[in-house]
Write a protein that binds this ligand. Structure first.
Ligand code: MG
Length: 370
């Protein structure tokens, strides 16, 4: 491992001290705790773009997280940074997502506007710090600072102030370690590519549209010239795998170049840098961004996706209002209920409860209550 990688010896440790494990490193241990968590298992029934019951072959939050981990690990290995840490962050990065993807998060955020709002990124941290109840000695999963640093991708200044050391970089404009920077981009590489696949499968994107995208078009022409008779389904896979290869290779090469320029001697040098060190070349960044914007206007805002989003918004709002009006509807076993002394605290418990739901559980609850 390179000197600028996150290292256990110089790590900032866990919130509650623990004895080291016999056969595993600290970041491996974090990864294992994440995989054993309840929130992780729920990801299988949470929407990425398509609601779970729309079809069995679409990505879910779980398969998305696995794809992020797979991409990030390749890059981590090539850059000689901490692979177990990268895997832990990848698997945990979406634990705080509500049911129904971004539509669910926006709806819950609107419900929470008078009570501090709702942000899935901060919620992922809440899940690992507080909401998982699995250990006798501490709340949450008691993960290392570096894994928590990677999970907290963004944070408002107001929330950052309450987070102490972990929130400091948002107030002082510092950077996280390379492992955290990497997962952030691996996330975008994963969804950009799998959403092309899912969007095409759903019939919401067609080949003519996609070919106008520089990143897609370039690889499409190559594949089509070489395999003129290939059917569309296999052609799409062939193009996507080349697109992933293309951006991942660029990410490795460009990041190696920037690391060589900065020549950091430790993770602290990385944290003190003026900007992120992990990144694409200008050319690939432009292509990657164009594809992201294309997906936003043609898939995420597609009439059919929007209609589904509107329906799920009603579910989240209705659950929120019902629980706020009748707090007893929340199971007594649900974690923080005892702390709900005022309206804002009750709202937070309700938000935690709803955020933890799978798509299908939220739908069942909605039907039960209405
Ligand atoms: Mg993600």
């Amino acid at each position: 491992m390179a000197p600028y990688a996150a290292r256990e010896e110089s790590g900032k440790g866990r919130r509650y001290r623990e004895r080291p494990a016999a056969y595993r490193g600290e970041y491996q241990r974090d990864r294992d705790r994440i995989i054993h968590s309840t929130a992780f298992r729920r990801l299988v029934y949470k929407t990425q773009v398509f609601v779970n019951h729309e079809g069995d072959l679409y990505r879910t939050r779980l398969t998305h997280s696995l794809e992020v981990a797979q991409i990030a690990r390749t890059v981590a290995r090539a850059l000689h940074i901490n692979e177990p840490l990268v895997e832990a962050i990848s698997l945990a990065h979406d634990l705080g997502h509500t049911p129904f993807g971004h539509a669910g998060q926006d709806a819950l955020n609107a419900c929470m506007r008078n009570f501090g709002g709702f942000e899935h990124n901060l919620q992922s941290l809440r899940v690992v710090d507080d909401l998982e109840e699995k250990y006798a000695d501490f709340p949450g999963l008691n993960l290392t600072f570096e894994t928590r640093e990677g999970i907290l991708k963004h944070c408002s200044a107001r929330n950052a102030r309450d987070l102490g050391e972990l929130g400091r970089r948002f107030l002082e404009r510092g950077q996280p370690g390379l492992e955290a920077q990497l997962v952030n981009l691996a996330d975008a590489i994963a969804y950009n590519n799998h959403d092309v696949d899912d969007g095409f499968r759903a019939g919401l994107l067609d080949l003519d549209q996609l070919r106008e995208q520089p990143l897609f078009g370039e690889h499409y022409d190559e594949v089509h010239a070489r395999y003129p008779d290939l059917d569309d389904r296999r052609l799409i896979y062939e193009v996507i795998r080349r697109m992933i290869g293309h951006v991942v290779t660029d990410l490795i090469e460009q990041s190696s170049f920037r690391i060589a320029q900065l020549a950091p001697q430790s993770i602290e040098d990385v944290r003190a840098a003026n900007g992120p060190v992990i990144g694409f070349s200008d050319r690939v960044f432009t292509q990657h961004k164009a594809l992201k914007e294309f997906l936003r206007s043609n898939l995420y805002r597609h009439e059919q996706v929007r209609r589904m989003n509107d329906e799920t918004k009603v579910i989240v709002e209705s659950l929120f209002d019902t629980y706020m009006a009748d707090f007893g509807q929340i199971p007594a076993t649900f974690a923080d209920q005892a702390n709900a002394h005022n309206e804002a605290q009750r709202a937070r418990v309700v938000a935690d409860y709803i955020a933890g739901m799978t798509d299908r559980f939220a739908i069942a609850e909605y039907e039960r209550l209405s």
